[in-house]
Each structure stands twice: as C-alpha cells, then as structure tokens.
Design a protein around this ligand. Structure first.
Ligand SMILES: [Zn+2]
Length: 475
C-alpha cells in the first residue's frame, strides 16, 4: 500500500517529502534566535516552507522499500549509496595535508620537516567557542547555528562547546581550548591571515603547539590549541555569512584550502564556496570532519591516512517514517554510515508561532511514532506522544513501547520486536516559537519543531549514546 505522501505523486506532497523541491513560499514566522546554551541541540533550518530538524541526511522516499505500517506511519528501511566514499575523502585529506607542507607557526617561523604535509587537527579536547562581548544576538544566533551544524557532523565524543560567557573585547590572546569569534569591520582585525585567501570577509588565526609523542615514527606532532576568528558582518549576510563563519571555524579545526577545480563541493576553498547550502556544510565537509575526529590519530601523516581511515563506506543504513497531515506529510528517521548515526525530521512550516495559534485548546496532544538506529545497526521503534500546555509553553514527550529488531534487519509490525531497555523514555520539553527542546528527563537531547499551517503535526530528533532517532506525530 502506498502512503498518500507517495500516491499523490503529482501534488506537492511527494516533492515535500522527497526534498527535491519545496512548497510555495508563504509568509511564515522566523525561527527563534539560537543562544549559546542551545549549541548542543540539533540544527533546525527553514527550507522556504519546510522546517528541517537535524543533519541533511534524509533518504529520498522513493529510494527505500516500505517494510511496515506503524499505526498511521509508513515505515521504510534499507541502504542507500549516498556517501562521498573513501577514495574522495582520502584524496581531499591528502590535498589538505599537502597544503601544510610549509607551515608558519604564527611567530613567522616556518616549521620544517613536513615535505609531504600533515593532517592538522585541534587538540585532544574539543574547543569551546566564545563570542566577543557586545556581539548582537543575531550574530550570536548565526554562530550557534554554525556550531550546531558542525556538531551534527562530528562524532558524539568530540563536540564543540559554546560558552555563554563572552570574551571582553580588549582581551589578549585566547586561552588554550578557546576559539574566540569577533564580528567587526575588517580594518580592526588584529591578526595576520593564516591561511591567506579569505581577506575582507572572514579570517581565522590558529595558535599551534608542538608536542612530543611516544611514537618513534612520528616523534612530535603539531596541533591547533586555540584560535581567533574575525568576520566583517557588513560585507556578508544571510546564508553566505553562515558559510563564512563555518569556513573560518573549520580552518581552526585544521582544514586548509584545497583546489576549487578539484574539490568544488567543499566550503574549504580560498574565498569560500560558490555554492551555498541551507544546511551550511556540504557532504564532503561533513565526512572530512567525521574522518579526522572519528578515525585518524593525532598527527597523521599523508602515507597513513588510508590505513587509519580504515573501511569507509559509501552506503548508509536508513530507517524512515512518514505521516500525513492534510495533503502534506511529515517525514522522520535516521541514517547510519561509518559508525555515525544521524537523526532527522521535517514537515511543513506553520503559519504562526504555536503560542499565537488561538484555535488551539489550552493543552494540546500530538501522537505518532519514533524510528531510530542504534550504533549496532538495530532499528528501534515506539509510540511518541507529546503534550504541550499553551499557558506556559512547556510539556512532555513520552516515548513508550520501545522495541528493537536485530542488526540490519527491517523492523516488523509493532509488537514483533524485543523490548528496548525498559521500553520507555520521558522528557520534559520547552517551546520557543515553533521549536522545542528537552528541559529534563532521561539521558539524551531532544530537538523538535511543529509542522503544518495550524500545528497539525510535530516532529524532531532524539540523540543519545545508544540511539539516534527521529519522531513525528499529529494532533
Ligand atoms: Zn579560508
């Protein structure tokens, strides 16, 4: 049986779920400003009429076989060849390493002995991003959105922090472990461009440290221990500005410039990528972050990249659910490739913020399903029920009847799996605009959004050590 999302192939519903085009642009409320404390949450982007929660990893609905119906949700499961692939990731990292063949350590001293280059990375502990004091809320929002997009691509064990405490504008060099972001006219920037090529719009100044190792083959290594970023907000705006902030931040995570003719699909070309993405990072940028911080040892030399990377698959395991709301649909699920599970959810953008929807009663209930993947490729599914009290814009998300199916196996009908843990998870949630995040409850981070012109639906993602899942529901 085809879901209505698929059957009405010529209507907007298919394209809204397939992600190949977007519904007609309507005047919809802006997403709420992101603040430093929200940096660990999943990114939420508005794709001109569709809100997307989580990384840009949804499988196309026509690419996966439908395997079950869970209440009103159709469930599909399978593998899709949607990755960059080992050859391209290795070629990119080799080109990047070669760009460090002659490295200035920041004191004007060339570091010798790297004729083949080096894969540079930030130190063992992930950095904490901080903005300069006085940074306007809209530019803090831009910076947090970039950090959320980068964190969605990084391993769970290596996530960027974001301090709520700004750095005084007259502070000297950043402390070890800090990345300080300053928005200011270019004339006031106080560092040399390293590497050159971004002058005018943005600039990244890493601080390197050289540390001895216990490895006789690699007796010392060089790593980035702190850094500063400048962005001139008058010279760039919108998606381009998000791309500039991401480009400079990724410089401080060790990536340099590569040849735009050879690697057009990356932000990391001199002057920034020509192609802008609402999701900020391109697939190659995301896989390079995952490879360097998930697989490669610190101080990897080019001849060891392929061996240290190990098996690097081009295919992802996907689980996907779809629910109808009116003539449109909500989709949600998770993708798992090379050990990194990433959940996602999307649906139509509401016409107003939840608190401004006068047609809703004082307490609203949405019910639906959760579908996710464990790090061991097991599918987990269950019932999702969310209640929101409109008077205080808070509520709870209850996930019950959670069950799992064996590794790589397609999920069956509800009740055919084995109980996952004790079968339930519960989170308190708080609403901001048309989004919500967890305020407490079980371990895990919940990020979600309301969907449909009159908030007929909701959906989001749950990220835990043992589960990455998308969920959706209707009221
Ligand atoms: Zn650059």
């Amino acid at each position: 049986m085809l879901s209505r999302c698929l059957a009405t192939a010529l209507a907007v519903t298919l394209t809204a779920c397939a992600g190949e085009s977007t519904p007609a642009v309507r005047a919809t409320p802006e997403l709420p400003l992101q603040t430093p404390l929200l940096a660990p949450q999943a990114p939420v982007v508005d794709l001109d009429g569709r809100l997307h929660v989580g990384a840009d990893v949804a499988a196309p609905s026509e690419g996966l076989p439908q395997v079950a119906a869970h209440g009103g949700a159709t469930v599909s499961h399978g593998t899709v060849r949607d990755g960059v692939g080992a050859a391209e990731v290795i070629a990119y990292l080799l080109a990047d390493a070669a760009s460090y063949a002659s490295l200035d350590d920041g004191d004007g001293t060339d570091v010798q002995g790297l004729p083949e280059g080096l894969v540079i990375r930030f130190a063992a502990a992930p950095p904490t991003v901080r903005v300069a004091a006085g940074t306007p809320a809209t530019l803090v929002d831009d910076t947090v959105r970039v950090v959320q997009a980068i964190n969605a691509a990084l391993p769970r064990a290596w996530q960027l922090g974001f301090s709520p405490d700004p750095i005084p504008a007259d502070a000297s060099a950043p402390a070890d472990g800090d990345i300080v972001v300053t928005f200011a006219p270019q004339a006031s920037w106080t560092a040399d461009a390293i590497p050159p090529g971004d002058e005018g719009v943005g600039l990244a100044a890493p601080r390197y440290a050289i540390a001895p190792t216990n490895d006789p083959e690699v007796p010392w290594r060089i790593e980035i221990v702190a850094g500063q970023i400048w962005v001139d907000p008058a010279q760039t705006e919108g998606l381009e500005r998000l791309g500039v902030i991401a480009h400079e931040l990724i410089h401080l995570l060790g990536r340099n410039h590569v040849d735009p003719g050879r690697f057009p699909p990356t932000l990391m070309v001199a002057g920034g990528s020509e192609e802008l993405s609402e999701h900020i990072l391109h697939p190659l940028d995301r896989e390079a972050l995952h490879a360097v911080y998930g697989r490669l040892a610190a101080g990897t030399t080019p001849d060891r990249i392929a061996e240290e990377l190990g098996p690097w698959s081009v295919t992802s395991l996907h689980v996907r659910g779809e629910l109808e709301i009116g003539a449109q649909c909500i989709a949600f699920g998770a993708a798992l490739r090379n050990g990194l599970a990433q959940p996602w959810a999307f649906g139509p953008t509401p016409d107003s913020n939840l608190e401004d929807n006068a047609a809703l009663p004082g307490s609203v209930l949405w019910t639906g399903r959760l579908l996710g993947l464990t790090p061991h490729t097991e599918t987990v599914a269950g019932t999702a029920a969310m209640t929101v009290d409109l008077a205080n814009l808070s509520g709870s998300l209850d996930l019950t009847g959670l069950e799992r199916w064996p590794a790589d196996a397609a999920p069956g009908t509800p009740g055919s799996g084995a109980t996952w843990h004790d079968g339930r998870l519960r989170y308190g949630i708080a609403v901001r605009g048309n989004t919500f995040v967890q305020t407490g409850g079980d371990a895990g981070l919940v990020t979600g959004a309301f969907f449909g012109p009159s908030h007929e639906g909701m959906g989001g993602v749950l990220v835990r050590e043992d589960l990455s899942a998308g969920f959706g529901g209707t009221r």
